[in-house]
Design a protein around this ligand. Sequence first.
Ligand code: S3P
Ligand code: PEP
Length: 434
Amino acid sequence: MDLISNKSNELKGEVKLPGDKSISHRAAIILPLCHGDAVVNNFLFAEDTVNTLNVMKMLNARIKIRENGIHINSNGINGLKKANKLLYVGNSGTSIRLLSGLLSALDGKFVLYGDNSLQKRPMKRIIKPLNLMGARIKSLYDNDLAPLIIDGGRLKGIEYNMEVPSAQVKSALLLAGLFAEGKTAVEEIQKTRDHTERMLKFLGADISIEDNIINIKSGNYLLAKDIDIPGDISSAAFIIAAAALTENSEIIIHDVLLNETRTGFIDIFKMMGGEIEIIQHGISNNEPTGSIIIKSSKLRGIKISDEFIPRLIDEIPLISVLAAFADGETIIHDAKELRYKESDRIKSIIHNLNIMGTHVEEFEDGMLIRGNTYTKKDEYNFESFDDHRIAMAFSLVGLILGNTKVIGCENVRTSFPEFVQILASLGAKIYSIY
Ligand SMILES: O=C(O)C1=C[C@@H](OP(=O)(O)O)[C@@H](O)[C@H](O)C1
Ligand SMILES: C=C(OP(=O)(O)O)C(=O)O
């Protein structure tokens, strides 16, 4: 599938988005470890989160699909099957890393594997600490990549200083720590998204946080509770950018996640001159939510580095597109993690910005983009590099410059299947061709 987009203006309307991807994964993994019945509303039915659901079902979790959500009837970790299993997680880094933590605590042998892109992503970051906890986890081909073979059970708590800022690694260790003997303490280099901590606390786990150290102990009885998943802020970012870049636009996004470990994009967008108003609503199952109003904006370049990066890591492809239409330079540093996502996102961004004719310089840990230096062309043909965030970000270029195609965009299904439909409903000239 290719994405085709054309010059658009006056994006108008109000939307509510499908549930946050990170929280949907965690609900699918953590609720089956509780006791009792719970409903998850606004669960994200995208390829990545459905892969997590499928794995949990293969482990015997009693999950039923219902309108706009799922119903889970749980009986604690002992309700899960310990039989040997081959478990497929497709393109999803979150699934493979979080599930590795859980499977390490289950008696039994499991193989976790994914698609070609996932099997190129680094797994040593979880193999090393989970082995320290006593899990026997190794890479099938001894290359620190998936497929992973896990021979689980018998874990002990550890104190671990994380080597990379990664919510997936942290969450794998917390899920293992939930069933390990003694205390597990995980120290982060930089604060990353904290949905696992929030959900575990909400459901009754013995978890506490002091600065950048998260402590968890096993043994608490987790009681299932209903969860309403707020709209995905990473998907909202595409709508925000589309409204900002097109003329005479005004859009309201209702009930979106506003957890500050995820709102780096909003902060940067404001600093770039973005016209955005945030209306905080309150807390829904321990996660802050609210509505956002965005208007067409005139943007300027910005410097982004350091602790900002984990708060907007998935939004950097999109920020690179905003930067291409901003006055002045945007400089991004400390973002080497981008090289280990669905594609090497630094390379993918540079490739596509070069196609636009935009002045761009590559750094090992980021890039420099000189805004408004693109060349006027009859058409722009971008690559998606099998990466949903690259596909969606560069499809927005067509709304401003016209006549744009992004090739190979099936991957949009992994996180935001309604991307085209929602943007088109707001007036954007965008469609998909097969
Ligand atoms: O924990 C999560 O839900 C995620 C963590 C981030 O990955 P890392 O932990 O590798 O930084 C992010 O890029 C990914 O989209 C989702
Ligand atoms: C990096 C991403 O996801 P994952 O790591 O779960 O594949 C993403 O959604 O941008």
